[in-house]
Ligand binder design. Sequence first.
Ligand code: PEP
Ligand code: MN
Length: 451
Amino acid sequence: MLEKVTEDVLSPIPDTWRTLPAAQQPAYPDAARLAEVTADLRSRPPLVFAGEVDMLQTRLAAAGRGEAFVLTGGDCAETFAESTADHLRLKIQTILQMAVVLTYGASVPVVKMGRVAGQYAKPRSADDETRDGVTLPSYRGDAVNGHPFTADARVPDPARLMEAYQRSATSFNLIRAFTMGGYADMRHVHQWNRGFMENPAYKRYEELAAEIDRAIRFMEAAGVDFDAMRTVDFYSSHEALLLEYEAAMTRIDSRSGEPYNTSAHFLWIGERTRDVNGAHVEMLSHVRNPVGVKIGPTVTKEELFALMDKLNPRGEEGRLTFITRMGANRIREALPPLIEAVKADGRPVVWVTDPMHGNTINSSSGYKTRNFDTILDEVAGFFESHREAGTVPAGIHVELTGDDVTEVIGGAEEIDDSTLARRYETLVDPRLNHQQSLEMAFSVAQMLRKA
Ligand code: PEP
Ligand code: MN
């Protein structure tokens, strides 16, 4: 019955994905309700526009050539409860602060992208969770079900897809206002970074901070006052996990006649759903957005080539990003053969590092955490590997929040096993807090200058 009800004769992309294995999909008990919600979603305005999406691809192409650097940051999983003005403001502020530092370090424009305004669904390692003998469906993100461990909350509810759309729309509306309305002015952002540098723990970045300060003072003194100082382009991204939602948000652009996924500018496919013969890769092969694929340490060259054939058959620059997440202890042996193979092939790929997902550990106090130094070590391994191969390290993709949480161990504030409990708020993976995010930006800026 499901196929019949959800069949959409007006679908802008082939329904071939429906015939392929689709990992990590919620088991909705009410198919008719799902069809109602997706039909409603199809009638809603797009969240992003084809022209913006094309511009992002142009920028990613530049990053792939070393003429720009990509910064993607945001929560592992956004929640409806935290899609408030305050949380969003702090998160965007953090990403903008990082971007100023990275722009100086890389001496090229930084492409700013959030895991934001749509990052509401999570792949899980198990379909169910058992506590004290009770087994319920796993939490799959607010777009699917509720986090509380009750039978009611954990049933996948299609109405949550509509709520995810609404939350994405209001979030991105606020982000557009922030980034266009003067809030993102480089001079203000620089003032915030000055506040950060007042902490003596950051002495090792003092020289770099002083240089950035001089550069901005020089621009001010010279009367430099162009739009690029006042406004920034900020792009949205999320994991394209829930196929019914992503299909409903895919539209034909009236100008070009081409299909675009209008739920975000950039979509990525996760490590668990990147099967080249699976539904996720099939679906994104039909949209014009630039796409990413997460790449773990077990990937083979053949798999990379198959993904390139399927997702970027025309060999367009900026179309395909490989987001590597190898683990700090494996990147130096796992990444070089892959980048050598892709380099020899010659087709363009944008290489970005996700130094978070290969480095998740359990603290002795029982928290899922990551170590700040290990995260930085993976970034260092990423730069080293590309330097040796003569290829371009085009960006970083990190899980962060603008709040002062205690989820990642280390950093200059020296969060340790015993302090994790103080403010551990994530429902899924541990995020860099505000200070750790800025420290990472300074540290990566130093690596970029050596690169
Ligand atoms: C994520 O980005 O939150 C994630 C689940 O990553 P990966 O697919 O690389 O494991
Ligand atoms: Mn995550």
